[in-house]
Design a protein around this ligand. Structure first.
Ligand code: FAD
Length: 320
């Protein structure tokens, strides 16, 4: 069975909780139902696929069809299940909201682990003609919060229906300082995937808004990657600027630090606010914020960070 709704409110399909509408919403549970809908219905274009809606900002009503599969597996539930079985590789991804499909498209990641480290392959349906095929980990061209399915020519066309995981780690992934501290606090001999997962979740809860209580889409901006020359200029003015060298020679500077040092922690525009515990997150503080409030705050943050550091911030949250 599938259901096609016309001109509907889809605020509940996003974690930001800002008013959102679309011309058509297609909901289904089985792959066969999706194939029926593609064959039988005339669906308004363009197409947009929504998983858990935890990385989306609706800035205006969407004039096409939103595809939303009911009962999608959530990333955190999958992480819990692997950790419970004693399998390493998913513990650092624990607590990231949203579906496993959206996470694969985004190459979601935290504490030094990304989806690219655990995905073997994905099965997709081409929404243009109903064809189904498989993409390997390599085909997905994973990058920083990026995959081949985010390219402008593929977005909204290829819908992931299945994922195969390949957990290969033989122990915890300890590239991030926070994970090192967690392992030290538990003791290496007691470190199980489940024990690390619980600490990671507690750490996230201490900094990030709970989607059920406060609307947001997580990190609003990407961490900028600047040239060595640009970093030289930055560090002359701000010798304490945290930075991480990248394989390609560029230098990543945490956007949260830039926003904090620009004095914007807690800054607000209408009902939108920079989350005081993690300035990389913009929240729907009043529960009644509008997209205009969020966009005004985004503009203000970008302007002030550019003025102070000569660095341009780029949003991570997808604007619709
Ligand atoms: C409180 C909070 C904390 C967060 N913390 C993190 C974090 O630590 N790390 C991190 O990386 N992200 C984080 N996020 C952002 C977000 O949770 C992740 O990006 C998540 O993986 C998105 O999954 P989703 O299912 O909600 O995707 P959606 O927001 O629904 O969609 C994201 C993208 O994937 C596409 N898509 C969704 N499903 C499919 C499908 N089946 N087939 C093809 N395309 C699809 C959409 O069209 C869109 O382009 C956080 C968000 C919140 C609210």
């Amino acid at each position: 069975m599938y259901k096609l709704h016309r001109n509907c409110d889809i605020t509940h399909l996003t974690t930001f909780g800002l008013p959102a509408r679309c011309a058509a919403l297609l909901e289904w549970t089985d792959n066969g139902d999706l194939a029926d809908a593609l064959r039988l219905e005339r669906l308004p274009r363009p197409f947009l696929i929504i998983g858990g809606g935890s990385n989306l900002l609706f800035t205006r009503p969407f004039e096409g069809t939103v595809f939303h599969r009911l009962g999608q597996p959530e990333l955190d539930a999958v992480c819990e299940s692997y950790c419970r079985e004693g399998v390493w590789g998913f513990e650092n991804l624990s607590g990231i909201p949203g579906s496993i499909f959206g996470a694969a498209v985004q190459n979601a990641g935290a504490y030094g682990t990304e989806m690219k480290d655990v995905v073997s392959e994905v099965k997709v349906t081409d929404l243009e003609n109903g064809d189904r095929f498989t993409l390997s980990n390599r085909d997905m061209q994973f990058g920083y919060r990026h995959s081949a399915l985010k390219n402008p020519e593929t977005a909204g066309r290829y819908l992931i229906t299945d994922i195969t995981f390949r957990p290969e780690a033989s122990g915890p992934a300890i590239t991030h300082k926070a994970v090192r501290q967690i392992i030290e606090s538990i003791g290496a001999e007691n470190a199980t995937p489940m024990a690390v997962r619980e600490k990671i979740k507690a750490l996230r809860d201490s900094k990030l808004p709970q989607p059920a209580l406060t609307g947001s889409a997580g990190s609003f901006f990407r961490n900028p990657e600047i040239t060595a020359c640009e970093f030289e200029a930055l560090s002359q003015k701000f010798p304490d600027a945290p930075h991480f060298a990248q394989a390609d020679g560029r230098i990543k500077v945490p956007a949260a630090w830039l926003i904090d040092r620009a004095g914007l922690k807690g800054a607000a525009e209408g009902g939108a606010q920079v989350w005081p515990l993690q300035p990389l997150v913009i929240v729907n503080a009043t529960g009644s914020a509008t997209a205009a409030d969020v966009l005004a705050l985004e503009r203000r943050i970008c302007n002030e960070v550019t003025l102070k550091f000569n660095i341009n911030l780029i949003p991570e949250v997808q604007h619709i």
